[in-house]
Write a protein that binds this ligand. Structure first.
Ligand code: GAP
Length: 445
């Protein structure tokens, strides 16, 4: 069985994710992404952006600031009890815990007595400028969508958008979580991929768009290869709803430790734009002047889709991870070892193509292989590798999820062709070098 420990050590060994600040003993809940991890993370974001912005006629993108006026967080309700978790402290060792995560009423670290529960606000406080007083306090954004509300009119008017329309954004968010846990699943710094869909109150009432986005987002995970049995919807009970939500459903993934939320679809009603209108004094009403519209003024309602980049990353990694006992590549000296294959969807794979000369001590093979590498690298993220037997090199690429490996052998020198090995079927196909870029364009773009 794949355990979280296995995933954590694999991610470190193969250069996907390592702990942050390691030479100073680490820093709780912070992680750094190595080359393969950074690529995978970028590919998750690219796939999301393509699906939510590029392929949608009425959704546009935005990149707003992390540091914003603290008045925003007052208006949004994040500075009040709505955005706080139950905190208890051990009277003996003074360790602090999230009350609802504890199984017993004693300190899990030393068995000491716990204090009464207090509400702990999750906003990450910081100071702006050289004076650290109350007037200089602001907060790192706790959700990226507040930047979308701030730019609602600017984007609507500059892009000439008519309701229903959406604004999408990817970016960092910060929460002072009491108990970060499960590796990159719950951290204090993370990235969100959020889209706010602005609709009329009448359309919202029919739940049409809520249902539409629920299905759309679930299908996105399926289209990127996550196994159906590892995904489910989980509707929030009334007492579980966030302070801004009228209705919410999570998309959950079956992680090694159990089901966990990777994305939420929320009906936020007119909570955000009404509150920002009220607190700022700026009327954010929308006037429907379309020929089919009723020439009415209203505050738009919002259906939100909000996914976490790191939680997506972890779900894609866990789902793609397969161990094959005894190995798949029977022709190599490593045949008896357990092999790892990451069966990533091609859009997510960090490296798309590996270029491998059959032997590294044959100058002509190396020269030809380098020519091929130079030919494809402007088009696809590729890697050249000549170290070790060809079997070992295939295994190394399977382990990081590279969908295709090219081998240049002696026939390549005579015929100007090469073999392309498919990661999953391990089938090999000979292709002419002059056709190579077109061949991969049809498979990878
Ligand atoms: N704007 C709505 C919003 O922020 P949320 O359910 O609080 O909703 C949305 O967060 C997504 O952000 C979650 O589904 C999760 O993927 C990600 N997320 C939230 N808190 C996180 C944390 N502490 N660490 C990692 N990801 C987190």
């Amino acid at each position: 069985m794949t355990t979280l420990e296995k995933i954590v050590s694999f991610a470190k060994r193969r250069g996907f994710i390592g702990p942050s600040s390691e030479m100073y003993g680490g820093f709780e809940s912070s992680y750094d992404y190595g080359f393969l991890g950074a690529e995978l993370k970028n590919n998750v974001k690219k796939a999301w952006w393509k699906s939510m912005v590029q392929l949608k006629e009425n959704i546009v993108g935005l990149d707003s600031a992390i540091l914003m006026s603290p008045k925003i967080w007052q208006a949004s309700g994040h500075l009040t009890a709505g955005f706080a978790d139950p905190l208890v402290e051990c009277k003996k060792c003074h360790h602090r815990f999230r009350k609802d995560y504890l199984k017993e009423n004693k300190c899990p670290d030393c068995g000491g007595e716990l204090t009464e529960e207090k509400k702990f606000n999750l906003m990450m406080k910081t100071f702006i400028g050289p004076v650290e007083d109350e007037a200089a306090v602001t907060y790192l954004r706790a959700e990226t969508c507040q930047g979308i509300y701030m730019n609602y009119e600017f984007i609507k008017d500059s892009m000439r958008l008519k309701i229903p329309f959406g604004i999408a954004q990817v970016g960092k968010a910060f929460r002072n979580e009491i108990t970060p846990r499960y590796f990159i699943f719950k951290t204090r710094e993370f990235e969100q991929m959020e889209m706010q869909y602005f609709v009329s109150p009448e359309e919202k009432e029919k739940d049409k768009w809520f249902e539409f986005w629920k299905e759309e987002r679930m299908n996105w995970y399926l289209s990127l290869g996550i196994k159906k049995e590892n995904l489910r919807f989980k509707e929030h009970e009334k007492d579980e709803l966030a302070h801004y939500a009228k209705k919410a459903v999570d998309i959950e993934y079956k992680f090694p430790w159990g089901w966990g939320e990777i994305e939420g679809i929320h009906d936020r009603g007119d909570w955000d734009l009404s509150n920002h209108s009220k607190h700022s004094g700026k009327d954010l009403s929308y006037f429907d002047d379309s020929p089919s519209g009723e020439r009415k003024k209203f505050i738009p309602h919002i259906i939100e889709t909000s996914g976490g980049v790191e939680r997506n990353f972890l779900a894609f990694l866990c789902d793609a991870y397969e161990e094959v006992e005894g190995g798949r590549t029977k022709t190599t000296e490593a045949a008896k070892e357990t092999e790892v294959v990451l069966k990533f969807h091609k859009d997510l794979a960090s490296i798309k193509i590996a270029v491998l000369p059959l032997l590294k001590n044959k100058k002509e093979l190396v020269k030809k292989a380098r020519e091929v590498y130079n030919l494809i690298k402007p088009h696809f993220m590729s890697q050249y590798d000549e170290a070790g037997t060809i079997g070992r090199r295939y295994r190394r690429q399977d382990e990081i999820g590279t969908p295709f490996a090219i081998t240049i052998d002696f026939d390549s020198l005579k015929q100007d062709d090469l073999t392309i090995r498919d990661r999953d079927s391990m089938r090999q196909e000979r292709v002419k070098i002059e056709k190579l870029v077109d061949y991969f364009c049809s498979l990878l773009k």
